[in-house]
Structure formats: structure tokens, C-alpha cells
Design a protein around this ligand. Structure first.
Ligand code: PGA
Ligand code: ZN
Length: 427
């Protein structure tokens, strides 16, 4: 089957900001669409999301230029080419764009095409998307990291650390694990309400965003909630933190305004290590700044044997940065966001590179999402083993959680238990 047509549409994401939807039509008449997500706490080294910059429309955030590139230059380059040749199609788009950061055509335009064509090809072959994407890889059902408490840029700057998440690794099935997350989310709410915090809704990723007095309070609260909900902290449910530290770092100092404290890189490492001693923390993301190449190996040396240390803004799903991180023993896991790099082929390259180095990988959504469930299939297909989608509220999140329920029911793949709590092989 070959590519017959590519169309794009400016749609809205879960924050009501414009994003790109691409529809691919193949020579057989089969057609499929994909929608592109968008971050808020973005890394400096991400591929460029092309925005119109026309202040008259959506405050400059329109994506009509990216939309036009899809049915213009990109269609011209890909028309008549085999839809199954994902690597060839992605390489052609990268060459056509010609910039190191995809800023000419836009990573949003390119990713939309990459995913829509893959979905159309899978449909053409009559196989589930996850099976098509897996190719020769062994699919693995992922354990989710579920957002319970939000801070930072996702919750109006209440506390500095961005996500406090639960990892339900001690359950016999994904369906049971998900049920525990719904229960935990409710118990967390009850504790927050009982302490007199004002609850006015959920944060960008569906977690609670109360104005706590300190970052550690969130950790203590979540640990208490796990116990109150009747689960064993560390045994059935562990905690993951996304510090997203780049966003409160200035001039070499991490500024914890809510706590009236400032920490340098060494201070941050000690702070995080202390938390790992006192709470069931199994995973820490972006514990240090996105360009702190000296600090990260120290963090890895201090905690890497017992805690998963994930680079998000640090690696930006960029094969070059991940390679440098592996060489420098700077972490032991990578967060994988398709739109940070802009094509499916490069996304898979990063996950495969992590696996070969004995690193972990976490496939992740963005804080600005859509109702597209592509990410669920990607997580299964890639064998990454972990997925981070946000909380169990808001339908842009549920689209992925519910798709995973479908895949579990249809695929016969086992839910992996107990393997995400400890990182056995440090990078
Ligand atoms: P973002 O946040 O999508 O706003 O970048 C998600 C994350 O930091 O993991
Ligand atoms: Zn992050």
C-alpha cells in the first residue's frame, strides 16, 4: 500500500490550545488519523513545535503553518511511497525539513504524519496497532505511573515539584492495578479535604493540586493515602516523583519558594536521597537541571543502585543526548515523549538504545494531550515496560488507560509485577 493523501487539521488539545491532527489515506482507500500532544514544562532541547506566531489567533499559538506543510511539501515528498516503510518515510521528512530541531516543517507536523501513516498501515494489514508497531520486538505490557498530586507548571505553581505519582506494581493484572489507582485517587482527595485545603478541581494531568506547605508534605500525604487505601507502600504501590527541576532552577540554584529554601546541586541530591530513605520512592525524574551534566552522574552514583533515575528535559528523547548520558553514567532511565523528537523511528531508536544499555524507559504523554490513544499501543509495542499518562481523570488520559484495558483483554500479554520497584542494573 502506498500513501495517496495526507491532510491536516488544526484541533484543540486538553488545555484548549491548538494542535495538529493528520489523516493519512492509502492507495487501498484505508484511512487513519493521529493527533499530536503538547507540553508545558518543555525542555530546552526539544524538537520545535511550529506555532504561527500570529497574535490575532490563539495568542500566536495557532498551527496553520504546520497544517499547511502536511498537505503541501510533506505530501509531495511522500506521495506514492510505501506506507510500511516507516524508517524511510521518517528519514525523508527529516531530510526535507533540513534543520537539526525540525523547526522548518515543525515536529508537530512531522509526528502527526509519522503516526497517522503507521496507524493506516496497521489498519491496512488488519492487525492491532501495537502488534504492527512492534515488528520484530517482543511486546511488553507496561506498568503505569499514575499522577496523584501535581505541582509546578501544571498546578499554578502551588509547590515546586511537578508530579507525585503512584506505581501499582504489585497487582495480578492491569485492570486490578487501575482499580487500585482509582481508589487511591479518591482516598488522596479525602485526606486533602480533611486537612482543610481548598479543592477546586484537578490539575493539567488530572491529579490534585492543593497549595501544600512543602514538597515533602506531598510525599508524606501520598504515602499515608497508600496505607489508608489498604495497600502496602513499596510492596504493592511505590511512589515516583517528577521533580521537573529545570523549571525552578536559576543561576545554579534550585529555589524552593514555598519552603523559603534554596539548594545547590549537592543539596538537591542529599534532599532526594533522604526522601528515598523515608518514603517508598522507586523513581525520580529530572531530579537535576536539564544541562547539569556534572550533577547527574553524582546523583546516579548516590542513588542509581536502588532508585530509577529518569531523564526527561535532560534527554528530551534525543538519541544524541541519551548516548552521551549512557557513556557518562548520568542516569539509568529515559522518559520517552514522541513529540520531543518528532518521528516514530527516532522514538523507537531511543527506547532500543536504552534497552541495550540495560537502562529502563518510560513512555510518556504530555500535559497537553488529545483523545488519541496511540501512546498505549506504542508503550506495549516498544517493550518499554512503563507508561506515564497522568491521572485517572480527564478523558484525554482515560483514552490511553482504557485502550490499555482493551489491549490487556485482547492480547493475552501478562501484566508484569514487581519489576519496577528497584533498578537492578545501574547504568
Ligand atoms: P510537560 O510535562 O508535558 O508539560 O512537559 C510532562 C512531564 O514533565 O513529564
Ligand atoms: Zn517530566
Amino acid at each position: 500500500m502506498t500513501i495517496a493523501d495526507l491532510r491536516a487539521l488544526e484541533i484543540l488539545d486538553s488545555r484548549g490550545r491548538p494542535t495538529v491532527q493528520v489523516t493519512a489515506t492509502l492507495s487501498s482507500g484505508v484511512r487513519a488519523s493521529a493527533q499530536v500532544p503538547s507540553g508545558a514544562s518543555t525542555g530546552r532541547h526539544e524538537a520545535v513545535e511550529l506555532r504561527d506566531g500570529d497574535a490575532e489567533r490563539f495568542g500566536g499559538k495557532g498551527v496553520q503553518k504546520a497544517v499547511a506543510h502536511v498537505s503541501g511539501e510533506i505530501l509531495e515528498a511522500l506521495h506514492g511511497r510505501a506506507a510500511e516503510d516507516q524508517a524511510g518515510l521518517d528519514a525523508a521528512m527529516i531530510a526535507l525539513d533540513g534543520t537539526p530541531d525540525k523547526s522548518r516543517l515543525g515536529a508537530n507536523a512531522m509526528l502527526g504524519v509519522s503516526c497517522a501513516v503507521a496507524r493506516a498501515a496497521s489498519r491496512g494489514q488488519g492487525v492491532p496497532l501495537w502488534r504492527y508497531l512492534a515488528g520484530t520486538r517482543e511486546p511488553v505490557f507496561p506498568v503505569p505511573m499514575v499522577n496523584m498530586l501535581s505541582g509546578g507548571l501544571h498546578a499554578g505553581g502551588n509547590i515546586e515539584f511537578q508530579d507525585f505519582l503512584a506505581i501499582p506494581h504489585g497487582f495480578p493484572s492491569y485492570a486490578r492495578a487501575l482499580e487500585s489507582m482509582v481508589r487511591l485517587h479518591g482516598v488522596t482527595r479525602d485526606i486533602i479535604a480533611a486537612r482543610g485545603f481548598v479543592l477546586t478541581g484537578v490539575a493539567d494531568e488530572g491529579g490534585w493540586g492543593p497549595a501544600l506547605h512543602s514538597n515533602e508534605e506531598a510525599l508524606a500525604l501520598l504515602t499515608e493515602a497508600i496505607e489508608k487505601a489498604g495497600y502496602e507502600p513499596g510492596g504493592q504501590i511505590s511512589i515516583a516523583i517528577d521533580v521537573a527541576s529545570t523549571h525552578f532552577h536559576r543561576d545554579g540554584i534550585y529555589r524552593l519558594a514555598t519552603e523559603s529554601r534554596s539548594l545547590d546541586s549537592a543539596g538537591m541530591i542529599e534532599q532526594l536521597a533522604g526522601w528515598c530513605d523515608r518514603y517508598p520512592v522507586a523513581s525520580i525524574e529530572d531530579g537535576l537541571h536539564e544541562d547539569d551534566w556534572e550533577g547527574w552522574p553524582l546523583l546516579q552514583a548516590r542513588l542509581g543502585e536502588r532508585v530509577q533515575l529518569v531523564g526527561d528535559d535532560f534527554f528530551t528523547t534525543n538519541p544524541e543526548r541519551v548516548r552521551r548520558g549512557i557513556r557518562g553514567k548520568a542516569a539509568n532511565a529515559v522518559l520517552v515523549k514522541m513529540n520531543q523528537i518528532g518521528t516514530l523511528t527516532e522514538t523507537f531508536a531511543v527506547i532500543d538504545m536504552a534497552r541495550q544499555a540495560g537502562w529502563k524507559a518510560v513512555v510518556s504523554a504530555r500535559s497537553g494531550e488529545t483523545e488519541d490513544s496511540f501512546l498505549a499501543d506504542l508503550a506495549v509495542a516498544s517493550g518499554a515496560g512503563q507508561i506515564k499518562i497522568g491521572s485517572i481523570t480527564r478523558s484525554e488520559r482515560l483514552a490511553k488507560y482504557n485502550r490499555l484495558l482493551e489491549i490487556e483483554a485482547d492480547s493475552g500479554l501478562a501484566y508484569p509485577t514487581g519489576n519496577t520497584r528497584r533498578v537492578t542494573r545501574a547504568g
